[in-house]
Structure formats: structure tokens, C-alpha cells
Design a protein around this ligand. Structure first.
Ligand code: CMP
Length: 139
């Protein structure tokens, strides 16, 4: 089924000038970019984005990192887009991510792992709503 998912190139990916590389991989896979925006995340949005991690040992570090510089937010559409994007990005810990995946090829640190993609369709809806109004997503 056609799905939409939320994808974000994190501050380390933007700083390392990996936007073109990463967007190229998503496009070449055959997925469609239906929204795109560069954002500097503030603490309020960071707390909402990562509310499931509230109270974990790495929460403060995570918020510091995600607010440290601009991120590139996208809504990606295509057949089974949620699962397909998760496969493209690879395991959360880049040390476990297979070569050929974005994290497997481009990242080494679990904290700074270059990219985020929603792990379920419900989460995708919630996450894209934090950054995009419905009229900013192309039909
Ligand atoms: P992501 O799955 O995109 O969103 C939650 C993030 O928390 C995850 O990517 C990692 O970047 C980060 N994270 C998860 N576990 C750890 C950890 N043990 N130490 C630091 N960051 C972590």
C-alpha cells in the first residue's frame, strides 16, 4: 500500500554536507519527496519529537544534539514507504548497520547517526504534523 513517512537528516548529516548523498539515495530508490523543509529545532519541538525517550539516560544528550544545528525534514511517499525507508537507513546503531544502508555507509556513532525515519505509520503521522501543515504536503 502507498504510505507516507517522516524522514529527517539530523544536524551531523547537514554539517557533514550529506544532504545531496542522502536525498539522492531516497530518489534513486523510487520513493517520492512530497514535502521538504530545513528547520532549526527548538527545545519544545525536540521534547515532543522524542517524548518516548523522556527519562532515558541519553535524553538530555539527544535533545542537545538535535537542537545543535539545522535539520532537513521530509515527507516521503511510496509503496510501503515506512518499512522501505527503515531498510534504507539501516540499524539505529551505525556499528550494526549493514554496508549499503545510509548509516552503514555514512555513520559510526549511535548518538550521531545522520538520519531519522519513522518506525510506524502512526508515528509518521504524528512526527510529520510537528513540522508540516497539510497544505505543505504535495498531493
Ligand atoms: P532515532 O531512532 O532516530 O531516534 C531516537 C534516537 O536516540 C536514536 O535515533 C539515536 O540517535 C538515539 N539513541 C538511542 N540510543 C542511544 C544511546 N544509547 N545513546 C545515545 N543516543 C541514543
Amino acid at each position: 500500500a502507498i504510505q507516507r513517512t517522516f524522514v529527517m537528516i539530523k544536524p551531523d548529516g547537514v554539517k557533514r554536507k550529506l544532504i545531496g548523498e542522502i536525498v539522492g539515495r531516497i530518489e534513486r530508490k523510487g520513493l517520492r519527496i512530497v514535502a521538504m523543509k530545513m528547520v532549526k529545532i527548538d527545545k519544545t519541538i525536540a521534547n515532543k519529537l522524542y517524548e518516548e525517550h523522556l527519562g532515558k539516560s541519553f535524553f538530555n544528550e539527544l535533545v542537545e544534539y538535535i537542537t545543535s544545528g539545522p535539520v532537513l525534514c521530509m515527507v516521503i511517499e511510496g509503496d510501503e514507504a515506512v518499512k522501505v525507508m527503515r531498510t534504507l537507513i539501516g540499524a539505529t546503531d551505525p556499528k550494526d548497520a549493514l554496508p549499503g544502508t545510509i548509516r552503514g555507509d555514512l555513520a559510526l556513532s549511535k548518538g550521531e547517526n545522520v538520519i531519522h525515519a519513522s518506525d510506524a505509520e502512526e508515528k509518521a503521522k504524528r512526527e510529520m504534523a510537528l513540522f508540516f501543515s497539510t497544505n505543505e504536503i504535495i498531493e
